[in-house]
Ligand binder design. Structure first.
Ligand code: ATP
Length: 288
């Protein structure tokens, strides 16, 4: 492996580092809180002017599940994900992560508790290498304050080395390690989705929120993406996934919530919700 990266304490080269045996991603905290659902949402509302994009949503995500969130365009799915993940502030209602009220927390504090939302690789990030993208996704480090850089140089270097190890593990996990030196912009649509997921892994997540992971992904890569998400779920990372490709939802999600006009229309297994006439009606805009 010949990946390398320039950091504040020098250039790291990996040519000589043997690839580690991938180890399971440990969730950010133990499973002692399993008395509570991983995520509980009550009466969550997000209004824009007169429009309730999310209108009193209740949701429970037990531990150890991949949950789907589907619904027609404009149903409020992305807004719900943004509010849960601290990208936007709820107008009213509550969110509990492992029993802790988190509705008012900003993104980085939610991430430190294990709740992480993925984002598309922006044009700026596309110019950086795959590995650099991961290093930028890590939590705030000692050296990122001026005092930290000068007073704790040794510690900074150790933190960077540790971050590179975690990044290596994350890239091996999504099978992108061989592309660690490539610019992110050179990746295919599906590889970019894997990169987004591996960026989330830098934060040791318990719950990853994915917005349309299969959008723009070629069919062959879709199967790889599904396998990767399943593999991570087997290792203790739960997912809440918005997806328009219902084959992907059927393949991945044990439980599915259906949203329409800001509300939860119904929930159940994919087979249950897809045979519900209200769901067909919401998608088609006509009575089934
Ligand atoms: P899609 O599947 O098409 O992505 P969605 O289910 O994710 O749709 P949202 O994007 O959450 O739906 O949008 C829900 C409603 O809220 C829409 O009517 C949308 O126009 C509106 N909306 C979303 N964000 C804003 C905003 N920042 N300001 C005003 N209205 C917004």
């Amino acid at each position: 492996m010949s990946a390398s990266v320039e950091t504040s304490s020098g250039r790291f080269a990996f040519r000589t580092i043997p690839e580690p045996t991938p180890t399971p991603f440990r969730a950010s905290s133990d499973r002692v809180e399993e008395a509570h659902p991983l995520l509980a949402i009550r009466g969550l509302t997000k209004s824009y002017g007169g429009l309730d994009a999310v209108a009193g949503v209740d949701m429970d995500l037990p531990h150890g599940r991949i949950t789907g969130l589907i619904g027609p365009n404009g149903a409020g799915k992305t807004t719900l994900l943004n509010v849960i993940s601290g990208v936007e502030r709820a107008t009213s209602g509550g969110v509990w992560l492992n029993g802790e009220a988190v509705a008012a927390l900003p993104q980085h504090r939610l991430a430190s508790r294990g709740l992480v939302r993925t984002f598309q690789i922006s044009r700026e990030l596309g110019q950086l290498s795959v590995l650099e993208n991961l290093l930028l996704a890590r939590p705030r480090q000692t050296g990122e304050t001026l005092t930290g850089i000068f007073a704790r140089a040794g510690r900074v270097r150790r933190e960077e080395e540790a971050a590179i190890e975690v990044a290596r593990g994350a890239l091996l996990k999504v099978n992108l390690w061989r592309l660690a030196d490539e610019p992110a912009s050179a990746l295919s649509g599906g590889q970019k989705k894997l990169l987004e997921i591996s960026r989330a892994l830098m934060l040791s997540p318990r719950l990853v929120l994915l917005d349309e992971p299969a959008a723009g992904v070629a069919p062959a890569m879709e199967a790889i993406l599904i396998d990767t998400i399943r593999g991570l779920a087997d290792e203790g990372v739960d997912f809440l996934i918005i997806e328009h490709d219902l084959d992907v939802v059927a393949a991945l999600c044990r439980h599915v919530y259906v949203m329409a006009a800001g509300k939860i229309l119904t929930q159940g297994s994919f087979a249950e919700v897809s045979s519900d006439s209200r769901v067909v009606e919401a998608y088609l805009g006509v009575k089934a």
